[in-house]
Design a protein around this ligand. Structure first.
Ligand code: ACM
Length: 555
């Protein structure tokens, strides 16, 4: 398995920037591409430029702006000082400011910003922290790629920013990337590297899949056995050989301190972490820990094979429901996010059909097979609604995979469409908020190159970067319900992905395509422009930052 990288792309970049651009530069190389870009004549010399910041700018934004000034100083080899002078807003308006000037403009939309680069100044405005963070990401992409490096760049680098007027704001508020840390476990450092690349491309929701049949990955003080027992499996199937088992103990989990560290790290990057506790299926690791919560089909062990387990929670027992409430309660307390993902996918109903507790619960609740679903599907609705109402008491809203729509879903839940877009379309048209993650466009565990033999093992399928790029999240949703689409997300399931290099290779550059899907207005999207920028500008950035990625887009 090889993870190819490019230096050819770096050479192409040097040619572009090395060419002595006298007058107007043709365009800018920024992903996601801003909403409005007006090229002007000339350029701004960034090296050593003073940073001025309106004192009205909030402290978190000032911290990010100062960090950018420090990075520019370090890499360009000349100090850019940082100050919050009184009266900067007035002087910026009068055009008398020299250097970088950042000021607050409450009239801009959430996450929006403007940048005006002239020969003497770079004026940046935003309403709040997210807008400033995105403006800084755009400025970094306007600078030579060396700005992403760790040590001082060569003297030959020209630290110019082309003169340009940019007005920008995100199309969708939810721009997500998901990571399954259960099938394979990724360290805190690896998760942070994943967050870092999300931030560069202005993604703002990290959906963290933390519990699974194959491993429970989050420490709970109330149930320490969940990680003592449930975080480790005694073997893993090898490749796609379903009869095999390597017999090697495998596992790991995040302590609560590590979780808090990641949540804070993400927050500083403008990313909200949404935890997922997948229930009432995908719970074999919990059943291996507490067999009494099952339907009596044990003995249970943390699952060594992929696929969907028939063994699910016995939700007919009140004890199980209290366990779930205690679990989501403790998890919710660790994540400030307004959303909590309760999973809900792939919960086979065979055990419930045969289990006396579940059948008694169905009778007690008066659930029947009807045109919307079976009695057992309605039993899952009962579980979803219990979680929904419980989490509401903690100020949280639920997200669930599109199976939660089967039977009867109560208002207030958000549906994550994964079995294609149809669940999301039906949900939005029925008035539910949705997040689009159709496997047809968003499943990054699929192959991304035609020549599968020379690719690392993947789950199957074929999802080239252009297909991700082609997603239109509101397709087939009626005009009056389009606002129910909160955004889009890529999902990265890790059955066949054991190393961080492989993980990055599957993520990149497809994550960049999703970034434009979720950020850009449809008329701004342009695959040829995107592809040119990825090859000439983004691959060199990824090289400098040490990411693996797939070169297939070049073909
Ligand atoms: C899923 O891919 N099972 C949501």
């Amino acid at each position: 398995m090889t993870f190819r990288k490019t230096i050819a792309a770096l050479a192409a970049l040097l040619i572009t920037f090395g060419a002595n651009a006298k007058e107007k530069t043709e365009t800018i190389h920024v992903i996601p591409y801003p909403q409005s870009v007006e090229m002007q004549k000339g350029a701004f010399k960034a090296r050593g430029a003073q940073f001025n910041c309106d004192p009205a700018v909030d402290v978190a934004s000032q911290t990010a702006i100062r960090a950018f000034a420090i990075q520019l100083s370090k890499i360009s080899g000349k100090t850019s000082s940082f100050a919050t002078p009184i009266g900067i807003e007035k002087s910026a308006r009068a055009g008398s400011v020299k250097g970088f000037a950042f000021y607050k403009d409450a009239s801009l939309p959430e996450g929006g910003y403007t940048i005006t680069v002239g020969k003497r100044s770079v004026i940046v405005s935003a309403a709040g922290r997210d807008g400033f963070l995105y403006a800084i990401q755009t400025l970094k992409q306007l600078l030579p790629v060396e700005i992403y490096g760790r040590k001082a760049a060569s003297d030959k680098v020209s630290w110019k920013i082309p003169a340009v007027k940019i007005q920008d704001a995100p199309r969708f508020g939810y721009r997500g990337a998901h990571l399954d840390c259960c099938r394979h476990f990724f360290s805190v450092a690896e998760v942070k590297k994943y967050l870092d690349v999300m931030a560069i491309f202005k993604l703002n929701r990290f959906h963290w899949h933390l519990t699974e049949d194959q491993g429970w990955r989050i420490e709970l003080k109330r149930y320490p056995e969940l990680t003592e027992i449930g975080a480790f499996r005694n073997g893993t199937m090898v490749g796609k050989d379903w009869e095999s088992d390597d017999g090697v103990r495998y596992g790991g989990y995040y302590t609560q301190e590590q979780i808090k560290d990641i949540v804070a790290y993400a927050d500083a990057l403008g990313i909200t972490v949404i935890p997922e506790v997948d229930l009432p299926g995908h719970m074999v690791a919990a059943l291996a820990t507490y067999p009494e919560l099952g339907c009596g089909t044990g003995p249970y062990e943390v699952r060594r094979k992929w696929g969907v387990a028939d063994q699910v929670l016995n939700v007919g027992k009140e004890e199980t429901m209290v366990f779930l409430e205690n679990v989501v309660s403790e998890v919710a307390d660790l994540f400030p996010s307004e959303y909590f993902h309760i999973g809900g996918d792939e919960c086979p109903k065979t055990e419930w059909k045969n289990n006396p507790d579940c059948q008694a619960k169905i009778r007690e609740l008066g659930l029947k097979d009807d045109e919307r679903g079976t009695a057992e599907q309605h039993l899952q609705n009962y579980v979803t609604y219990r979680m929904q109402t419980f989490l509401e008491t903690k100020g949280k809203k639920i997200i669930g995979w599109d199976e939660i729509l089967e039977g009867k879903l109560e208002p207030g839940a958000t549906v994550m469409s994964w079995r294609g877009a149809k669940g999301g379309i039906a949900a939005a048209n029925a008035g539910f908020d949705v997040i689009m993650t159709p496997n047809s466009h968003c499943y990054l565990d699929y192959y991304q190159a035609k020549d599968k033999k020379s690719e690392p093992l993947a789950i199957g399928g074929y999802l080239p970067v252009e297909k991700v790029y082609s997603l239109e999240p509101t397709d087939e949703i009626s005009e009056e319900n389009k606002h129910h689409v909160l955004g889009a997300q890529v999902n990265l399931w890790t059955e066949y992905i054991a190393s961080p290099q492989h993980l990055e290779y599957m993520l990149l550059p497809r994550l960049l395509a999703l970034s434009e899907v979720a950020w850009c207005q449809p008329e701004i999207k342009d695959f040829d422009r995107f592809k040119t920028t990825v090859i000439s500008h983004e691959f060199p950035i990824l090289d400098l930052l040490g990411y693996s990625y797939c070169l297939e887009i070049e073909k």
